[in-house]
Design a protein around this ligand. Structure first.
Ligand SMILES: Cc1ncc(COP(=O)(O)O)c(C=O)c1O
Length: 480
């Protein structure tokens, strides 16, 4: 009997061997680095909550001549001729996104999560501020406005308020913080979490919104280990006349896999939902925007409003990833991500580690390494890397070490779950993490970056990581 999986595995191995041969003929150093990256990813236990391993089908869909095509515009309305195949691909990807998430409309051109948020902000400003201003003077287009009217509109576009989750509570830089364009564009107020529980306090957010009167309320996080109640947040936004937007970059895979439903699914509750496609959703690096019909015409103007020409090869990879996420097996994957995160949290708690909010309900766990091990996030992140575990440091609420050194380390299970790790193995991972951090101390009392890690423990941890990874080889079909 022919085995289709074995055939695809053999074809994948051949595809990569051939591709590397072709690349090496032009620039062998790049081919070497690609091979080196696979070796490095196979050596490390990946617990970075925002990373994953895309399927070979997703990866291969990006490496071809679709990349050569300019396609500014939307399907059927392009500024360039010859876009029939790009139209087909973009329509397919958007159709998959609409069906998967139950949205009215999807826009799959954003090149990243930051870009998706920028598209969303401008769509909201265009709908809420620009359109009424045009209607007031009976103009169809900004080019038709008198200079004085245009100057007033420009001022009004830059004079709006938004509320977003504070950075140390787990929010994201693109939700109105000064180093990002969103913080320069909007006057922002941050909502935090209850300092005791680490949880969102909806009554406090409602009160703050009543005082601040934002045009836009943004929810979504990159380091909050619980599931926000989007129905409640939508009510808060509606009460003050704000547009409700959710950035689901981190947990889109849990929405796609129907782990987050009802009040925990942002799509039925928000006017605009943005996402990356490469985190728990397991697609190519990129972004997308979902929205109601009301926002669709504005979202579709993302390019050339704030985006450069679309990347047709990446939209093709998004279509493949979204098709994969529509398969029944993806729901099982999403459920296992959460099961594994619970096992990891349980393993750390039982070994005495303090976790922000005391555990997790989603794909991520936030360790307070200051309280648990007397380390900064920076020291812990490096000591873990030396021990074979790749993570990233992160602030904890009211972090005494600031946003650079931090007191936290964020862990996530999407990538290890893709490899096939189960709860018992996540408990073992917790044991490795605790062993490594117990064997680490600051190099001096005031040191925030330098540390000392017992070399024997580091060696033992690396060997345990290698054993775990040998059970679940990354891209097992690929032998180079
Ligand atoms: C919540 C959230 N939004 C947006 C982004 C930005 O995504 P990208 O790096 O693709 O621009 C991230 C990535 O870290 C994120 O966590």
């Amino acid at each position: 009997m022919p085995d289709p999986a074995a055939d695809i595995g053999a074809a994948t191995a051949t595809a990569y061997r051939s591709a590397l041969e072709v690349i090496a003929a032009s620039e062998p150093d790049v081919a070497d680095a690609i091979v080196g990256e696979l070796a490095s990813q196979r050596r490390q236990l990946k617990l970075i909550a925002s990373e994953n391993y895309a399927s070979p089908a997703v990866l291969l869909a990006m490496g071809n001549w679709l990349s050569d095509k300019y396609a500014e515009g939307t399907p059927g309305h392009r500024m360039y001729a010859g876009c029939e195949m790009v139209d087909q691909i973009e329509t397919l990807a958007a159709g998959h996104a609409v069906a998967l998430f139950g949205a009215d409309h999807a826009y799959v051109q954003p090149h990243s999560g930051i870009d998706a948020n920028l598209v969303a902000y401008w769509a909201i400003l265009a709908n809420r501020i620009e359109s009424p201003a045009l209607a007031e003077v009976g103009a169809k287009h900004v080019n038709d406005l008198e200079p004085a009217v245009w100057e007033r509109l420009r001022h009004d576009l830059h004079d709006q308020r938004m509320m977003g989750m504070s950075l140390d509570a787990g929010g994201h830089l693109t939700h109105g913080f000064r180093p990002n364009i969103s913080g320069k564009l909007f006057s922002q107020a941050s909502y935090g979490v209850n300092p005791e529980s680490g949880l969102l306090d909806y009554d406090a957010i409602a009160e703050q919104a009543r005082q601040f009167r934002p045009l836009l309320l943004v929810a979504g996080y990159s380091a909050y280990p619980r599931n926000p109640n989007f129905a409640r947040l939508a009510e808060i936004a509606a009460d003050v006349g704000a547009t409700f937007m959710v950035d689901m970059s981190h947990f889109a895979g849990l929405v796609a896999g129907k782990v987050l439903t009802g009040d925990l699914n942002p799509v039925p509750h928000a006017g605009v939902v943005t996402s990356t496609t490469h985190k728990s959703l397991r697609g190519p690096r990129g972004g997308l925007v979902l929205c109601t019909q009301e926002y669709a015409p504005y979202v579709d103007r993302g390019c050339p409003m704030v985006l450069g020409g679309p990347l047709p090869n990446v939209m093709a990879a998004k279509a493949v990833a979204l098709a994969e996420a529509r398969q029944e097996s993806f729901a099982g994957y999403a459920a296992r991500i959460v099961e594994n995160a619970r096992a990891l949290a349980g393993g750390l708690l039982s070994r005495g580690v303090r976790l922000v909010t005391g555990g997790t309900d989603n794909h991520l766990v936030l360790m307070d390494v200051g309280a648990s091990f007397g380390l900064t996030g920076r020291q812990a992140e490096q000591a873990l890397l030396d021990s074979g575990v790749v993570t990233n440091r992160n602030s904890v609420p009211l972090d005494p070490n600031g946003a650079w050194y931090t007191s936290g380390v964020r862990l996530g299970t999407p990538a290890l779950t893709t490899l096939g790790f189960g709860p018992a193995e996540l408990d073992e991972v917790a044991d490795v993490i605790v062993a490594a951090l117990r064997a680490t101390k600051p190099a001096a009392a005031t040191a925030k970056a330098k540390y000392e890690l017992d070399p024997g423990t580091a060696e033992a941890c690396r060997s345990r990581c290698a054993d775990l990874l040998a059970r679940h080889r990354l891209y097992p079909e690929i032998e180079l």
